[in-house]
Design a protein around this ligand. Structure first.
Ligand SMILES: [Mg+2]
Length: 378
């Protein structure tokens, strides 16, 4: 079986030199050269069973999603992503314990994946069993209490078990996860500079902290929308649970292009759902918004899902989460410019900001719109 130090050597061999990185993986801390503009920091944690189902998607896609959701937040501020650190809790293996011998299932079947903001009611969300914290199988490579950080030597290959039927496990899982993170990091010039590795009796959890740099025009916030502004989105919405929530491209390039071309008053990435995230802009900007039903671009997946969900494609577009498109507010003059000469493809005007309230206009009739979306129960 591959050991921790073999994995460390592999990991370090995979890390290219980067002029921005003074010290990369392998020491107690990474050291980065400071940029000249405000540093953007964001973090997002993904968990097997809530944000993806490892047994279905495998660690490489899970790794890609973990990096992409973080870069989407950098995009939402129209920043340039630069570096990231990654903490993982790797599932320890299915070493049969005496109580489980004799053909008993070791683990309940994986719950249905449910991207945030899908609009599920609380009681419909998958319930995850609390993992055992007994630590009785500690003694493999790297327990949660003694595992090395990435700087100390990378993902220590502490897991000896599976991520699910058909998934790689142990060091193979760790490697595939890393390669998935690198797929996206490399595509956006992000240096993976460190992290922390743990293993436990629970499912895979991945926490990425991404760093970025504001452009010379500064970060775009949620709080600058004004009544009369036009609202745009960068792509079709809804039905992401059918696959888009795993395989999307964070809109980093689109955001930078827009920010360089026009003045954006407010912007957010759609993670909770269109209605919920427009509501976030409204709350921060102290204004309201009206969305025009006929203008909202609806993804094919939303129509597919509608065939069996009992909800209309529009409801999916308004309420499903994890589209990871951008929604933003601009002045009417800028909005007209964007319609006449769109600097990026896929732009659609979906409504306007108003003094107060959240509204859906359908067939010329304006009705209150409930900002349904994903909320973690605490
Ligand atoms: Mg966000």
């Amino acid at each position: 079986m591959a050991g921790e130090f073999e994995y460390i050597a592999w990991l370090r061999s995979q890390t290219p030199d980067d002029p921005r990185v003074v010290i990369g993986p392998g020491d107690d801390c990474a050291a980065l050269l400071p940029g000249s503009r405000p540093l953007l920091v964001t973090t997002d944690m993904l968990m097997d069973g809530t944000d993806f189902v490892l047994a279905s998607v495998g660690p490489r896609r899970a790794g890609r999603k973990a990096m992409s959701v973080n870069l989407s937040d950098i995009a939402a501020m129209a920043g340039v992503p630069t570096a990231a650190v990654v903490s993982v809790a790797l599932p320890k293996g299915p070493t049969p314990s005496p109580a489980l011998k004799g053909g008993e299932q070791q683990e309940a079947p994986s719950p249905t994946p449910s991207p945030r903001g899908e609009g599920l009611k609380t009681e419909e969300r998958p319930v995850l069993s609390p993992p055992s914290l007994s630590g009785k199988e500690v003694g493999g490579l790297g327990s949660s209490s003694s595992s090395p950080s990435l700087q100390d030597g990378g993902w220590g290959g502490g897991a000896s078990g599976t991520g699910g039927v058909g998934s790689p496990h142990g060091i193979d899982l760790a490697r595939e996860l890393y390669l998935g993170l690198r797929d996206v990091a490399d595509a956006f010039g992000v240096a993976l500079v460190g992290g922390d590795t743990n293993s436990w009796d629970g499912k895979l959890a991945i926490s990425v902290t991404a760093l970025g740099e504001a452009t010379a025009r500064g970060p775009v916030r949620r709080n600058g929308a004004k009544p009369g502004d036009w609202l745009f989105v960068t792509g079709p919405l809804g039905g992401s649970i059918l696959g888009h929530h795993l395989d999307f491209t964070p809109r980093v390039r689109e955001a930078l292009c827009l920010h360089a071309t026009v003045e954006i008053h407010a912007m957010i990435d759609i993670s909770d759902g269109l209605a919920a995230d427009v509501n976030h802009i409204c709350a921060e900007s102290a204004c309201g918004a009206v969305l025009v039903a006929e203008r909202i671009p609806i993804a094919d997946a939303a129509r597919t899902l509608s065939a069996t969900s009992g909800r209309t494609p529009l409801m999916h577009a308004l309420g499903d989460g994890e589209d990871f498109e951008l929604v933003f507010a601009v002045s009417p003059e800028v909005g007209q410019r964007l319609l006449n000469e769109p600097p990026v493809p896929g732009l659609t005007k979906i409504g306007e900001c108003v003094e107060s309230g959240l509204w859906l206009e359908e067939g010329g009739v304006r009705k209150p719109l409930t900002p349904t979306g994903w909320v973690h129960d605490l």
